[in-house]
Design a binder for this molecule. Sequence first.
Ligand code: SF4
Ligand code: MG
Length: 348
Amino acid sequence: AAPLLSVRDLSVGFEGFDGYADVVDGVDLTVEHGEVVTIAGETGCGKSVTTKAITGLLNEPPAHVDGTVEFDGQDLRELPDDERRELNGDRISVIFQNPLSSLNPVFTIGEQLTDTAQFGGDGNTGILGYFRRRFSSTDRSAARERVLELLEEVRMPDPESVMDSYPSELSGGMRQRAIIAQALLNEPDLLIADEPGSALDVTVHDEILSLLEDLIAERDMSILMITHNLGVARRLSDRVYIMYGGRIAETAPTAEIFDAPHHPYTQGLIASIPRLSGESMAGGIGGSVPEYTDPPMGCRFHPRCPYADESCRSSEPADVSFGEQARSACIRHSDGDSGPVPTLQETK
Ligand code: SF4
Ligand code: MG
């Protein structure tokens, strides 16, 4: 079967003070039915911009988007705005990074989640939303019941009283649970989540991750998740995309990528995971992510890569496949047997 989501040659550029720059450059990615996929990379690698482009949030200047975003056979970028919004509310749910920005501060949790349950997510805006609201067949009390069910399912403490609370009256963890409940109300086929729970303290973040694990196990939902934390990618996903400098460096099934990473950047990231703690993508690799207003020529990783030579500066590495679901973009793969480059430890 065709993938549920298929992104081809996606580029996103911004006109800035320093001129035009592609922040995302030729990204190909897929999410299969029922698959949990993460895009992992350091802050500034283009992962949030990629998902915003997928959800149609960058359809206006100064952003310039190119490429194809196909959802269940429909090209989302060709859909009229109102139809895309309706799809975004019904079949695709998005959880943004900051829980406060996704909840409306002036309505109670009960009011806003019941609206979503009754009228759909983004579908209740515009003229289409007006008619949906006007002629909705779902009644309010059924919608309210559904919200309570979902609040139970996301293990919200005391759901009844949460219904009457305003977002500011809840803890960060409870707000995150409310947002997850809201995202699931319409039983989306695809959930797109940007760093869910990462702004919370370690214990609460961990609870949110366990919750997501359980929801994934119970539902036949596809998930595209962004994270800067490799531990999260390893724990939750079936397959990982490693993003660097606006491009996909490598993708592989989760177990494979952690056992035998091919790309020097992935190898550096995995080597730098502290054994006992955080698993955050931190300073194991010298240098920092490229300025996206002025990305390096050739392989964008070359200023930080221990194997870089002249060819890495002059030409862009092509993807080399390592089996059906794995590929990596490094010039050294095509030397000789196209096997993995030596790990950083071996060369020390
Ligand atoms: Fe390193 Fe060159 Fe491979 Fe880029 S193409 S990852 S610079 S060896
Ligand atoms: Mg981000």
